[in-house]
Design a protein around this ligand. Structure first.
Ligand code: ARG
Length: 566
């Protein structure tokens, strides 16, 4: 048992009291956190046992109370059909705080992953298009999941599956040769390339010849025509350089950038293997894998002209990852509009008998709009991630100039706050929810924002600074007043939140937790004179230090910086 898991403690005590008539794990899931503190720290609804025990819940509640061994609890009381547990505050606070002070940023670590590898397919923007707010979600969600996996003992590998191959490059080359200008592309590659792309899509409505040309150019590219390859490489390098600037701003790095083109020489093997396994069928000139037994449309592997598709490259990718990394899980952090596609991919890989196919998880997320605006490159309606980040940092700078003009390191703090606000503004939402992003709201120091959590952390740090060399060691950490108890209970929950976030690939669990902790701490801060020199001074400072550690680690798990002053 995790020594900090008080729910488990309660479940064990109940199970003992009823002579194990119901398993502890069943009891565990039924234990509640009462809304009102007068109902204790944890509560058990006894009616869940009335069927098994053939008794009225009130009676069962009474029975549990008389039989329970109370050392871990201040008191255990029956309230109608409920049993309310009041934890021993002194013991609990002593335990939680000393654990955090010893383990520091490793508090909440566990070894569930046993060093097993998890590949994360994330960010994966398309070359020659701007990285939009849509790609922000994949990047920051994937990055946070990687950190959460590490904390749970896994070894994540972050792979950027760049969209750097496909028919759109035929379009881009055609457009560039028609309307492009070398100097322009050198100056601002993504801006101009996307203009050509948009123009292509406008003009091909009137002029179907353009599409024919585009297809020819893509064929040339696939056949290794030097001019086609030269242009493609140029576009790719220039785009990647721009993407990397954004990643740097977001503090996200990747283990590999194996884009779609990386698998070009591995596609024949996919086709051969599918053939050998008798999975490839001809259908109206194209090659498909039939998935009707899974109630799915067939996966199109080769077009009539023999050209490969997105899924062909994804099959090659999955095989490559399987062989290279032997992952227990292969996560794809990709928008929910591709849900059906990933079902097909998984079905094909299972038919092929790929070892890691069962561990393939599409980790979907909802749409993002910015101030109500949808994002689409084709129609020229784009909100550029870079612009949003720059704007956010600029606004953070203005806020700091107003609130704390004497601050050292203003530029760095503005960067941490501005970028953190954007990341947090995304990650606080349940992954699958669609979100409308409003920068002004996300930058507020009040409310459910990144800066709110960062500010609580900075507040804690500033108290510790004022206290000058607090001695955490020699203190006794037990605090029993209501405000510190609320904080301690939350601190105690952190290891469980870390596990839960991992099980559901859900960074929002951590973000929501950090908001709660920040709020409880602010309340404590408002109600308590922390720096008074009395017997409990060290205990209070230890609590403040613990909060600072756990807030910083929570933000870290989200990929958000925690400045000491702001
Ligand atoms: N490039 C794609 C897009 O932006 C996402 C790729 C996702 N990863 C994958 N292995 N299919 O829509």
């Amino acid at each position: 048992m995790n020594k900090m898991d008080y729910k488990q403690l309660v479940a064990d005590a109940i199970s003992d009291a009823i002579d194990n008539q119901v398993s502890t794990s069943d009891i565990y899931t039924k234990i509640e956190n009462p809304k009102l503190s007068k109902n204790g720290d944890l509560a058990f609804p006894a009616f869940v046992l009335s069927k098994t025990m053939h008794k009225a819940p009130q009676e069962i509640a009474q029975e549990i109370v008389t039989k329970i061994d109370g050392v871990s609890f201040d008191k255990v009381v029956a309230a109608g059909p409920y049993v309310n547990f009041f934890l021993n505050k002194q013991g609990v606070s002593e335990q939680v705080i000393s654990d955090i002070l010893v383990e520091k940023n490793h508090y909440g670590d566990n070894q569930d992953g046993q060093d097993r590898v998890v590949t994360i397919d994330m960010s994966s923007p398309n070359i020659a298009k701007p990285m939009s707010m849509g790609h922000l979600r994949s990047t920051v969600i994937g990055n946070s999941i990687a950190k959460i996996l590490t904390k749970n003992g896994y070894k994540p590998i972050k792979d950027n599956h760049l969209g750097d191959w496909g028919t759109q490059f035929g379009k881009l080359i055609t457009a560039y040769l028609k309307w492009g200008n070398e100097e322009d592309v050198k100056k601002d590659p993504i801006h101009y390339l996307v203009q050509y792309y948009i123009r292509f899509h406008k003009e091909d409505q009137e002029d179907p010849e353009l599409d024919v040309e585009a297809r020819e150019w893509f064929k040339k590219l696939e056949d290794g025509d030097p001019e086609a390859v030269r242009l493609w490489e140029w576009f790719r390098d220039a785009s990647l350089k721009a993407f990397k600037q954004t990643y740097q701003k977001l503090n996200v790095d990747f283990d590999t950038y194996n884009g779609e083109s990386f698998y070009n020489d591995k596609l024949q093997n996919v086709v051969d293997t599918l053939k050998e396994q008798g999975l490839l069928e001809k259908s109206q000139g194209a090659s498909i894998v039939d998935l009707s037994d899974e109630d799915l449309n067939p996966a199109l592997i080769l077009k009539t002209d023999g050209a490969s598709l997105y899924v062909t490259r994804d099959i090659a990718t999955a095989i490559y990852r399987d062989k290279t990394y032997h992952p227990v899980m292969n996560l794809y952090v990709v928008g929910s509009e591709q849900t059906y596609y990933f079902k097909q991919l998984k079905a094909v890989l299972k038919k092929m008998g790929l070892e890691s196919a069962d561990g393939l998880h599409h980790v979907p997320f909802g749409l993002i709009t910015v101030d109500g605006k949808k994002l689409s490159t084709r129609h020229g309606n784009i909100v550029l991630l870079n612009e949003v980040l720059n704007e956010s940092v600029k606004m953070a700078k203005e806020q700091i100039a107003e609130k704390n003009p004497g601050l050292n390191n203003k530029d760095q703090v503005a960067e941490d706050v501005g970028v953190g606000a954007v990341i947090f503004g995304d990650l606080k939402n349940a992954r699958v929810d669609s979100i409308d992003f409003n920068l002004k709201d996300q930058l507020k120091f009040e409310g459910e924002t990144g800066p709110y959590v960062q500010y609580a952390h900075a507040r804690a740090e500033s108290i510790l600074k004022k206290a000058e060399n607090p001695n955490f060691e020699k203190s006794n950490h037990s605090l029993t007043d209501d405000d510190s108890w609320e904080v301690i209970k939350l601190l105690q929950e952190f290891p469980k939140v870390v596990k839960h976030a991992n099980q559901n690939f859900e960074p929002s669990d951590i973000a929501k937790y950090s908001l709660k902790l920040a709020k409880a701490f602010n309340k404590y801060y408002d109600h308590t004179k922390i720096l008074v020199d009395d017997d409990e001074l060290n205990a209070r400072l230890s609590l403040v230090k613990s909060v600072s550690i756990v807030l910083e680690e929570s933000l870290n798990l989200l990929g958000v910086k925690a400045p000491n002053e702001m």
